[in-house]
Design a protein around this ligand. Structure first.
Ligand SMILES: [Zn+2]
Length: 256
């Protein structure tokens, strides 16, 4: 019976469903750039530009600011001139590129179920991603068109898809942003998401110039043993010299 329990435990522990974060593909490192600019083309989008930028900025902020990574995402301050045609043709130079599409069936995606997706990812000879993008559903009248959903739902989906653009696959952790089903209400990274992005974009301590610079900060107050020594020396000083320095009484020896 005890053996049965052990076997059951091992099966659960090493079940294929117990995996955590994964790579987008087998040998992908992520993007080579430490500072990656996200380009956005709002043509065809069914949300106003400022709302589009707001949800994209929220997704960017979610992946930024993790101390264990060197990754820094920024949104381009100017609208992208490359758009959906260039993304589909693989000729866009402003990548990663975010676009809106009114024909998701062109990508063989169900517009009633898919709010956003990553249609393409290319990898260079070194294993770094050098081309990718994100397509958002702007097909009016379909169930998953972005303007029909709440802002937090749109943020959640764009944050998840941005994780794919950065090189992450799906996670087996149901709480993770990169879980294959979006069963959360808000955009929030878990430790599993942080572990995955840290693996792809590890902070380089040498490049930061901080490696080997650790120092020990001792308190400036005197440690007890040193304090005792100082007090002893002070007491001896007062005993032998105090009469001369501090006494106001005249010394008879010198008066007589
Ligand atoms: Zn996904």
């Amino acid at each position: 019976m005890k053996h049965l329990k052990t076997v059951a435990f091992i099966l659960v522990t090493f079940s294929p469903w117990s995996f955590a974060w994964t790579h987008l593909s087998g040998n992908t490192y992520g993007w080579k750039q430490q500072k990656l600019t996200i380009h956005v083309n709002t043509n065809n989008c069914t949300l106003p530009d400022h709302e589009m930028y707001a949800v994209i900025d929220k997704a960017i902020a979610a992946w930024n600011g993790i101390p264990s990574t060197h990754l820094e995402l920024v949104r381009s301050s100017t609208p992208a001139t490359d758009g959906e045609p260039q993304l589909r043709a693989g000729t866009a130079t402003q990548v990663p590129l975010v676009v809106c599409s009114t024909h998701l069936m062109d990508y063989a995606q169900d517009p009633n179920a898919i709010l956003a997706f990553m249609p393409v990812s290319r990898i260079d000879n070194e294993g770094y991603i050098n081309f990718s993008g994100l397509v958002i559903n702007a097909e009016v009248g379909t169930a998953a068109e972005i303007s029909t959903l709440s802002q937090s739902e749109v943020e959640l989906v764009i944050g998840h898809e941005l994780g794919h653009v950065l090189g992450l696959g799906h996670s087996g952790d149901p709480d993770a942003l990169m879980y294959f089903q979006l069963n959360k209400k808000f955009l929030l990274l878990t430790q599993d998401d942080i572990d995955g992005i840290t693996h792809l974009y590890p902070r380089n301590e040498f490049a930061q110039g901080a490696f080997g610079c650790a120092s020990i900060h001792r308190p400036k107050t005197t440690v007890p043993s040193e304090g005792l020594l100082v007090l002893s020396l002070l007491a001896i000083f007062i005993l032998f010299c105090g009469r001369i320095i501090f006494s106001t009484a005249p010394l008879r020896e010198f008066e007589e």
